[in-house]
Design a binder for this molecule. Structure first.
Ligand code: IMP
Length: 193
């Protein structure tokens, strides 16, 4: 199986979660596929499919790809599919997180609802395609908390746990996260074939 990402952090998560389904999971780089894909879809599913299809052209193996983002209800779902590009790809997450917190200034706790969403697409060797989607619900905090994870994790507070996703250990985040749940769903779907 090839997972269409250049992100080593994601590859680690994916290898752990998919280990009981597939032992040989390669990143694009490991598979010797070096392409730049423009993620110009309108939805997470479209973007995941764009990436998976672009890689599938170069291989006979099963190809998976994901696309994810943070949706903040008060901001009408922003940054959404533009999460990685929000305020510019090269802007630090310290700055992006501070900006989102400032846009929620004065917004009460119950209206700070948000979710991380992840779609995963698969292109099978015969050309058949599958997509799955999962989310984790939370609230935007008032300041950054925690040093684990990446991106928007320090401002994403999970009320049931009383911590941000940046305060969770790797295994705990994998168990409840959008990506962890979506990978679990994809594993189930592939297992049915
Ligand atoms: P992509 O799925 O790699 O195209 O980018 C999704 C973007 O959404 C990331 O660059 C982060 O900004 C954000 N994001 C997605 N998942 C997470 C997460 O688990 N923690 C924090 N930020 C995330």
């Amino acid at each position: 199986m090839i997972f269409a990402t250049g992100n080593e952090g994601k590859m680690k998560e994916i290898r752990t979660i998919m280990a009981d389904f597939c032992r040989e999971i390669y990143s694009m780089k490991e598979a010797g596929i070096e392409i730049n894909v423009e993620e110009n879809g309108q939805t997470y599913e479209e973007n995941a499919l764009i990436k998976a299809r672009a890689v599938a052209v170069h291989t006979q193996d099963l190809v998976l790809a994901d696309d994810s983002g943070l949706e903040i209800d008060w901001l009408n779902g922003e940054p959404g599919v533009y999460s990685a590009r929000y305020m510019g790809e090269d802007t630090s997450y310290r700055v992006k997180n501070a900006n989102l917190i400032s846009r929620l200034e004065g917004v009460p706790e119950e209206k700070r609802t948000a979710r991380f969403v992840c779609a995963i697409a698969a292109v099978l060797p015969g050309g058949r395609e599958l997509t799955v989607r999962a989310a984790i619900e939370g609230r935007i905090g008032y300041e950054e908390k925690g040093d684990n994870g990446f991106g928007y994790d320090p401002i994403f507070f999970v009320p049931e746990i009383g911590k941000t996703t940046a305060e969770l250990g790797e295994a705990e985040k994998n168990r409840i996260s959008h990506r962890g749940k979506a990978l679990g769903l994809m594993k189930e779907e592939l297992g049915k074939l």
